[in-house]
Design a protein around this ligand. Structure first.
Ligand code: THU
Length: 140
């Protein structure tokens, strides 16, 4: 279990990520991913990967979930869970790490495997030295 999430919340997040994965549109990779974002009031926003015949136009599950939350007026991201098809836990891709770090650099990330294993880490651990607004502002 991660430091800051109780077991019930963690279980809810993992279940939500699994449910989200069933909605993935991944006809090209066949790699269905689900993500579940926890907000500060306990609400969970689910997202799945959405692929496209123009491959780079696809979006990952994590950014999909984040885009939904942001468009609901929510940026108070507390934690995220992600699950793919493998038995072993999967980790968010580099673009998703950067994307999420905009909103909470330190959020717990629950990397889930189909065997029920949950590897808890943080965004800061997955993406040390993220590019951020402060660096933009240094341009003067
Ligand atoms: N994918 C995600 O949705 N999240 C990840 O963390 C890793 C990769 C998706 C992108 C693409 O649709 C498929 O998985 C294979 O890369």
């Amino acid at each position: 279990m991660s430091d800051s999430l109780d077991q019930a919340t963690q279980d809810r997040l993992v279940e939500a990520a699994k449910r989200a994965a069933t909605r993935a549109y991944a006809p090209y990779s066949k790699f269905q991913v689900g993500a579940a974002l926890l907000l500060s009031d306990g609400q969970i926003v689910e997202g799945a990967n959405i692929e496209n015949a123009s491959y780079p136009a696809g979006i990952c599950a994590e950014r999909s979930a984040a885009a939904i939350a942001i468009n609901q007026g929510r940026r108070d991201f507390i934690a995220i869970a992600v699950i793919g098809p493998p038995v072993e836990p999967i980790t968010p891709c580099g673009i998703c790490r950067q994307f999420l770090s905009e909103f909470n650099k330190n959020m717990p990330v629950l990397c889930c495997g189909r065997d029920g294993r949950v590897q808890a880490t943080t965004l800061a651990a997955l993406l040390p030295g993220a590019f951020d607004q402060e660096q933009l502002e240094q341009a003067g």
